[in-house]
Design a protein around this ligand. Sequence first.
Ligand SMILES: [Zn+2]
Ligand SMILES: [Zn+2]
Length: 333
Amino acid sequence: MTREIPLTDAPREVLPGVHLIELPLPFSLGLINVYLVRLAEGYLLIDCGMDTEPCFQALSRAIEAVGVRWQDLCEILLTHIHPDHMGLAHRLLQLTGARLWLHEHDAEFLEKLTQFERYQAWAEGVLRQAGVTAELIAKISHVSDEIRKSFHKLKPDRLLAGGERIPAAIGELEVLWTPGHSPGHVCLYGRDRRVLFAGDQMLEDISPNIGWHEDRDPLGEFLASLDALSQIEIDLILPSHGAPFSGHREWIRKTMEHHADRCARILNLLQGTPKCAAELANQLWERPFTPFHYRFAVFEVLAHLEYMERLGKVVRVDGTDIQQWRLASAVSA
Ligand SMILES: [Zn+2]
Ligand SMILES: [Zn+2]
């Protein structure tokens, strides 16, 4: 994987009519890239940044530096509704009058997230059942309270399903539905330039977080999305975090290997005694977590368990308050 374009502070034109704009984030990811894309008429903004004043100021400065006014922004597309991507959307929509594009599954997910008390109670229930202590759950909920400020109700003008096309200066951009990191995650593919606006689907040095969602198989969906992406030709990956890069097939191979390895380690830990997801998380990552990251770790383990349950490799142990898991072969033994 080669690093093709160095990171700098100013917005930079990564392709004719496509500017990469870095915005500051308050947590450990550090920065988010949003993309300003020239259309036949006006501009498209891909993702918005977090709902903080430094983020808004940085975006305002960048747009001005490119010579674009707020009213020139006529389309806003969110790759997904994580707070670093959608936080400023409500403010920008008011400023610009732009149309909002969002995948239907993330619109549904956002509906749930904005009924915050209900969502919080659900998430606490999942953590309790996964074996997380009451003390830690209280700390996690405290952090989530902070993050809720970035979730706003949004009314998309266009609900995406995948396959939609946006005419941009660099040629048509096709919406690819790539679920896994979130249920309605989308990438934009420019076939003429063989460029992929990848959202959080592919990040050069980070394996995207895959968290469990009710009634879904996020890891299975993510791997299937990667499989579909490996079939298309991509010369330039424009990610939401970190530098643009290339070599998507190699990245996909490594990432699939990473998840296969994590599955194998979980199966290994389940040899002999059943375990709950929290125990597995503690043993998989032998380093201390902040409560914020611990939540992600437990949901990530749950996503791997769900995936392996559907493959018939692990099963839930019945009749326990805290959900224990064991190897499927132990059932018939
Ligand atoms: Zn994300
Ligand atoms: Zn992100």
